[in-house]
Write a protein that binds this ligand. Structure first.
Ligand code: ADP
Ligand code: ASP
Ligand code: MG
Length: 412
């Protein structure tokens, strides 16, 4: 008998009708002779609604209380789904994250899973129960309730699949799989049959919201067979696995993008050995995450450092830097708002310098200015004006022939 973990996201459980539909799908899997553990998200946009309720009271809610609030969303869904299964004559038990044994670090709002005590789930499965676990939540060693970060139910599902040594983890969502880029923005986006863990990890980290990055990390580390598919159709989804044989000649597998990027430039820093460590230690001591970093030396004595970061960290960063101007010894501080990061991803680009050149050429031809660049073995990211983001994605999608990409693409 196989053990299968299925995860249903917010839209898939967004109404009573959808929850009933999910119950029918689960029963179909059970009737095929499988043991099923189900992970669900909060219904529809209810997590956003809870966030907005908190914001109506205070701009800076306590992180602990935010976790207490947000975890209620998933608890609604697990109970309703259990009821829908009971109505259909099935044995089913809902469990909150802590009841399911989901142990996490004590970082409210973005806790990492540290351990999973699977005894309760295993004994329920033994008694032929369908086990329904609330996604996105866990508990610390001190019995505090935590959340795993927005979109974290994917991670609950994959981590459970790893802990239970499940045969499969299926992520059911509102699209039929992982696409070459977000199909909501680019109509010609094409569903991929498969993608490697590494490529998916880059896609997720670089803004493709279809999977939570930590879910992909778990899947890779524990070799969990993962599939992303639609909860509305029977169509086979995208398989995420170690070695992708289909389409593996393709240089570019997908394009990811995100907005809300800003660029900060610290100008006229002393050209000294300890300048970089001093600057970035200051930022990291204040828990500020920076992304792309560029250093320019403009004369013997001075350097400029630019870095990108999310818009939400900008205000704090500028005030920290201004406070440390004398200590750091810089002359000016600039920033640029309303930027976006567009990234092309594909393991086929390893040792293919032509890919970056082609990307830059496509953007230049469309009069899109590149403000920053960063590369790894399997991706090239550029920072552009936010207003150019969708055009950049569309043009790159076309230039790299992603809508039709069953055959290798020539670079140059
Ligand atoms: P769920 O609530 O099921 O977790 P999400 O909204 O978190 O669903 O993720 C699904 C959404 O991810 C899709 O509706 C789509 O707009 C977006 N998305 C972004 N990038 C991609 C991509 N490359 N492939 C598929 N979907 C993507
Ligand atoms: N409900 C949470 C969110 O909206 C977790 C999830 O859906 O994965 O972020
Ligand atoms: Mg999601």
């Amino acid at each position: 008998m196989s053990t299968i973990v299925q995860k249903y996201g917010g839209t898939s459980v967004g109404s009573v009708e959808r929850i009933e539909h999910v119950a029918d799908r689960i029963i179909k899997t059970v009737n095929e002779g499988n043991r099923v553990v189900v992970v669900v998200s909060a219904m529809g946009k209810s997590t956003d609604e809870l966030v907005s309720l908190a914001r109506q009271i205070t701009e800076e809610p306590s992180k602990r209380e935010m976790d207490m609030l947000l975890t209620t969303g998933e608890q609604v869904t697990i109970a309703l789904l259990a009821m829908a299964l009971h109505k259909r004559g099935k044995k089913a038990t809902s469990l909150t994250g802590w009841q399911a044994g989901m142990g996490t670090e004590a970082t409210h709002g973005s806790a990492r899973i540290t351990d999973i005590k699977t005894e309760r789930i295993l004994s329920l499965l033994e008694e032929n129960h369908i086990v329904i676990v609330a996604g996105f939540q866990g508990k610390t060693a001190n019995n505090e309730i935590t959340t795993l970060g927005r979109g974290g139910s994917d991670t609950t599902a994959v981590a459970l699949a790893a802990a239970l040594k499940a045969d499969r983890c299926d992520i059911y969502t509102d699209v039929t799989g992982v696409f070459t880029t977000d199909p909501r923005y680019v109509k010609t986006a094409r569903k991929l049959q498969s993608i490697s863990y590494d490529e998916m990890l880059e896609m997720a980290n670089l803004g493709a919201g279809v999977l939570h990055p930590r879910a992909v990390e778990f899947a890779k580390n524990y070799q969990v067979p993962l599939m992303v598919a639609s909860s509305m159709t029977e169509e086979i989804g995208t398989i995420i696995e170690e070695d992708v044989t289909v389409e593996q000649n393709l240089l570019i597998r997908g394009i990811a993008f995100e907005n809300d990027v800003t660029k900060v430039t610290v100008a006229g820093l002393p050209n000294k050995i300890d300048t970089l460590p001093k600057l970035f230690t200051l930022l990291s001591n204040n828990n500020i995450n920076v992304d792309i970093i560029i250093q320019n030396q403009y004369d013997e004595k001075s350097v400029n450092i630019s870095f990108s970061m999310t818009q939400s960290s900008l205000k704090e960063t500028l005030s920290i830097l201004k406070g440390a101007q004398a200590e750091l010894g810089f002359s000016d501080l600039f920033h640029e708002d309303e930027l976006a990061k567009v990234s092309i991803i594909g393991s086929g680009m390893v040792s293919n310098p032509g890919v970056a050149a082609k990307m830059f050429d496509v953007l230049a031809t469309n009069e899109i200015f590149i403000k920053m660049v960063s590369t790894s073995e399997i991706k090239v990211s550029v920072v552009v004006a936010e207003e150019d983001m969708v055009l950049a994605v569309e043009m790159l999608h076309k230039a790299f022939q992603l809508e039709e990409a069953e055959t290798p693409v020539n670079v140059g």
